[in-house]
Design a protein around this ligand. Structure first.
Ligand SMILES: NCc1[nH]cc(CCC(=O)O)c1CC(=O)O
Length: 310
């Protein structure tokens, strides 16, 4: 039998990775588990955790429950039932959770939104009156700003369910995160990657947050799977959320591009009535010391600009 590698604390722990039960969550967690094993040599095990956010019996009209997808996962992490939680970073509320730290942000997958359309028509080719499925206020308001002749139809459910609604003709098209489609092997369903200026992606879309208890002696070991460039981009984008004090029903997008030491951040905010809209784009040069601070400062100033001109 092969020897179990030892952790930084010298114990022979199997790292328990808590994951939601959806196919997307399990695939993201399994990818992260494989990366942790490869980089650190520590053995891992997946533990499925049922969360409130997965409960489709709760109507869409019910009051929003901030962080429904992540709250229960965080509870079992704090309780010590699991050692690691893997979240879609865009689902994490901006407020830090006492006792927990995001120890690593692995290399990001696709950040953009994707159009999946029944007749393989692009966004510009959809006939007037086409039904486009999305329950995201950000996607809905951006779509209507670009094409006010489209009809937005709320659709919920996991990625597979939403794709099925397109195939069955309940909607003519749907907008989903490209990252989710790719992680599920559904890349071929993508009709078009949507220009990030047309629909500015959600802050941190496509990135994962690997969360552990702050006092876990293995946190520094797992932190080795961090991708520095992704972390810089996510820091800028998430700072926009903090800056505008967004909730999960705020129509806010933030998307950054890092080229060498040049970081460009674009962001988009639509007010709750869908009337006022602000779009800001700024580029800064990063210093070589701790670029994360520069990235946050950029996010902060972009947020201020967004709030200045609603
Ligand atoms: N809102 C749910 C959610 N959270 C993360 C992803 C996709 C993966 C990601 O953005 O990292 C999705 C599905 C979607 O928006 O289509």
């Amino acid at each position: 039998m092969s020897q179990t590698p030892q952790g930084a604390s010298g114990d022979r722990r199997v790292l328990k990775i808590g994951t939601r039960g959806s196919r997307l969550a399990r695939s993201q967690s399994a990818m992260t588990a494989a990366l942790i094993e490869q980089v650190t040599g520590l053995p891992t095990e997946l533990v499925i955790v049922h969360t409130d956010g997965d409960d489709l019996s709760i109507p869409l009209s019910a009051p929003p429950r901030p962080g429904a997808f992540v709250a229960r996962l965080r509870d079992v992490l704090l309780d010590g039932e699991v050692d690691i939680a893997v979240h879609s970073f865009k689902d994490l509320p901006f407020a830090p959770m006492p006792g927990l730290s995001v120890v690593a942000v692995p290399q990001r997958a696709a950040a953009l939104d994707a159009l999946v359309s029944r007749d393989a028509l692009g966004l510009d080719e959809l006939p007037a009156g086409s039904k486009v499925g999305t329950s995201s206020p950000r996607r809905a308001s951006a779509l209507l700003r670009y094409r006010d002749d489209l009809e937005i139809v709320p659709i919920r459910g996991n990625v597979d369910t939403r794709i099925r609604k397109v195939r069955e003709g309940r909607v003519d098209a749907a907008v989903l995160a490209a990252a989710g489609l790719e992680r599920l092997g559904l890349h071929d369903e993508i009709t078009e990657l949507i220009d990030p200026k047309v629909i500015v992606p959600a802050p941190a879309q496509g990135a994962l947050a690997v969360e552990m208890r702050t006092d876990d002696p293995l946190a520094a070991t797992v932190a080795q799977i961090n991708d520095h460039d992704t972390r810089i981009q996510v820091a800028a984008e998430r700072q926009v959320l903090t800056g505008v004090q967004a909730t999960c029903t705020t129509a806010i997008g933030a998307h950054s591009v890092l080229q060498g030491y040049s970081l460009t951040l674009m962001a988009d905010l639509t007010d709750h009535m869908g009337v006022a809209h602000a779009h800001v784009a700024r580029t800064i040069g990063l210093r070589r010391g701790d670029p994360t601070d520069d990235a946050r400062a950029l996010g902060e100033s972009v947020a201020e600009q967004l709030l200045e001109r609603p």
